[in-house]
Design a protein around this ligand. Structure first.
Ligand code: PMP
Length: 417
């Protein structure tokens, strides 16, 4: 601490000198764009409790892993870390799939990778839309030239097997996209029976679990999910930037039978499979892995493995129930009516009548350094979203956010509307 304080005061003393030097350097150099003054100031990162829909706080152990010195991305130690990540994802997804790895990108990267490796121009895709993630998947699939059919449900509701059965029978798609944890609405989609149903119709099942992995049960193999992906930034408590993904043998067969190459080289699963040691070939350079992100992801997965998936599911469920009860006690109304349809990681609550949601989120940020979020896509302006994910899913954080909300409701002026 003392060292940090001394460094900060030395930096403050040096700043005017640095600025002067920079000005002089520009006056005598060919550069017409001077060094930006803001970069000559120290990096500012305040302490905040991130209880929005993600990212969530990164615990010291995971942070420290990301701050380790670099190694070459093909060094055996890094390949070993990649193998450990693979095993961690297989555990988190409950799968034995060989084609399991982490993409160098965020959740959207995994979404694109899944769709662009499965779909070819003219293929028929059925997209279950009950929030923003279905809308985004439909957009991506259309860009790929697929013939996209949307199966619609109002935000706040999930799809029944009957809904899906009707969609499959009508549109005969080769791929069904569905979101397990719909973070824009706070809905948890039941997955049991979906894989079997899809396969009876000759269709592959693609599931987005960015917001639900580690917070609600998923059994990739038993539920016969063909492609499952997630992200690093939520329950895994690693910084955004790496995305677990896994493909079933059925999905691999479909990819092997493609007539055209996937539209992206970066996200081509045949290259990535080789880079991650998922095929029998020697590993070849594909891209330079974000090694430090992988160190963090490895530690995030290690924490999950040490504590156990089942206890993680239980903890998220219990804290979410406490939060829901507390919100009701404050007189607030939950957006998702049915208790079993509530996503244990992200809770949506209606913006109380007469309040401006932006004032509530700003109050929590300014007075308590707590982030919660407003709605997104179809829920924009209608809900507040509170995330309790990974190390942030604790009884203490439930109490902290409820306390802050109670104050916000008292203090935020009623809007003039
Ligand atoms: N799918 C879901 C369900 C999500 O919650 C998110 C992130 N909020 C994404 C996809 C996209 O992930 P990212 O923002 O990491 O690209």
């Amino acid at each position: 601490m003392l060292g940090a304080a001394r460094a900060a005061s030395t930096a403050a003393l040096l700043r005017p000198q640095l600025l002067e030097m920079a000005k002089r350097a520009v006056a005598t150099s060919l550069l017409r764009v001077p060094p930006p003054q803001e970069l000559l100031r120290p990096l500012a990162v305040p302490d905040r409790l991130l209880l929005g829909p993600g990212p969530s706080n990164v615990p010291p152990r995971v942070l420290a892993a990301g701050g380790r010195q670099l190694l070459g991305h093909m060094h055996p130690e890094v390949l070993q870390v990649m193998d450990e990540i693979k095993a961690g994802i297989q555990y988190a997804f409950q799968t034995h799939n060989r084609l399991t790895l982490a993409l160098s990108g965020t959740g959207h990267c995994a979404m694109e990778a899944a769709l662009l490796n499965l779909l070819e121009r003219g293929d028929s895709a059925l997209v279950a839309v009950n929030g923003i993630w279905g809308q985004r998947a439909a957009d991506i699939a259309r860009r790929l030239g697929a013939n996209v059919h949307e199966l619609l449900k109002p935000p706040g509701e999930y799809f029944t097997l009957q809904d899906i059965q009707e969609g499959l029978a009508r549109h005969k798609p080769s791929v069904l996209f569905i979101t397990h944890g719909e973070s824009s609405t706070g809905v948890l989609q039941p997955l049991d029976g979906l894989g079997q149903l899809c396969h009876r119709h000759g269709c592959l099942l693609l599931v987005d679990a960015v917001a639900s992995l580690g917070g609600a049960p998923i059994f990739m193999d038993q539920q016969e999910i063909d492609v499952l992906y997630s992200g690093s930034q939520k329950v895994l408590n690693a910084p955004p930037g790496s995305a677990p993904i896994s493909f079933s043998d059925r999905a691999r067969e479909k990819m092997q039978k493609r007539k055209t190459q996937p539209l992206s080289f970066y996200l081509d699963m045949s290259w990535l499979a080789n880079y991650w040691g998922c095929d029998a070939e020697p590993r070849r350079y594909h891209h330079t892995a974000p090694i430090n992100s992988f160190f963090s992801l490895r530690e995030g997965l290690a924490v999950l493995a040490e504590r156990g998936l089942e206890s993680s599911w239980e903890r998220h469920g219990a804290n979410c129930s406490q939060l829901c009860q507390g919100l009701r006690d404050l007189g607030l109304e939950l957006f998702v009516k049915e208790e079993k349809a509530r996503l244990p990681t992200i809770t949506t609550v209606k913006v109380p009548e007469g309040y401006d949601w932006k004032e509530i989120t700003a109050f929590l940020m300014d007075k308590h350094a707590i982030e919660i979020a407003g709605g997104l896509g179809p829920t924009a302006g209608k809900v507040l979203r509170i995330g309790l994910m990974g190390c942030n899913s604790t009884r203490r954080n439930v109490d902290r956010v409820l306390h802050a909300l109670r104050e916000a409701l008292r203090s935020c002026r009623r809007s003039r509307l």
